[in-house]
Write a protein that binds this ligand. Structure first.
Ligand SMILES: [Zn+2]
Length: 212
């Protein structure tokens, strides 16, 4: 556990330190405080790294290398709150009323590496990515779990981007993926009929999207 009392130490600005370096010390101090208070895995250990850099700057008055300076800059930038970046949120949710309705007519739905699987006799659907469950669609809302998405080799943001595409235009997006892959999103069969290949979906499967 990081010792936050370290943050309260008074910083002495060494006389051999330039104004720029003094500013860096102050910024790294603030960054350390931010990292120390954040509980996410990205922040882990970074408070200590910031304070190590501060100690080095106070001792030597400058960075040992440009690389070290760049790294310090990055640590400061990363510590700043990033608004409008839903990927930073642990779990990410979105209303998906149209996709929810489409899924009530499907047991499975495929847009590799995305797969949606509805539980038998249930409205709940699992959101699967690379064969791993990364979220769910329940009560017309899609939720993607950040950690699960990362474990499946992607990000919550990337999964939700595909989900949102389907929500915006379920049939049109199924056709787009169908044309790209040559396989029907609805039943996963290869599209062989020339009309179906052109449409990106089979005629019977297309009716499962009706009216949404
Ligand atoms: Zn089909």
């Amino acid at each position: 556990m990081f010792d936050t009392s370290k943050l309260k130490e008074t910083r002495r600005v060494a006389c051999h330190m330039s104004a720029e370096t003094a500013q860096m010390v102050s910024a790294l101090d603030k960054a350390a405080a931010v990292y120390a208070l954040r509980g996410d895995s990205f922040a882990q250990g970074k408070a200590g790294i910031c304070l190590d850099l501060v100690a080095k700057l106070e001792k030597y008055g400058s960075f040992a290398s440009d690389k070290q300076r760049e790294f310090a800059q990055k640590l400061i930038t990363w510590s700043k709150p990033r608004e409008e970046k839903p990927a930073m949120v642990a779990d990410w949710g979105r209303p998906v009323p149209k996709l929810f309705k489409v899924m009530q007519r499907h047991a499975h739905f495929y847009a590799d590496p995305l797969k949606l699987s509805r539980r038998n006799q249930d409205s709940l659907c699992w959101i699967i990515w690379n064969d791993q469950v990364v979220g769910k669609i329940e009560a017309e809302r899609a939720t993607v779990w950040k950690r699960k998405a990362e474990a499946a080799g992607t990000t919550a943001l990337a999964v939700l981007a595909v989900i949102e595409e389907f929500e915006a235009d379920p049939l049109g997006t199924a056709q787009k993926y169908g044309r790209e892959s040559g396989r029907c999103c609805s039943c996963r069969r290869d599209l062989t009929d020339p009309d179906s290949i052109a449409a990106g979906i089979g005629p019977i499967c297309a009716t499962k999207f009706g009216g949404f």
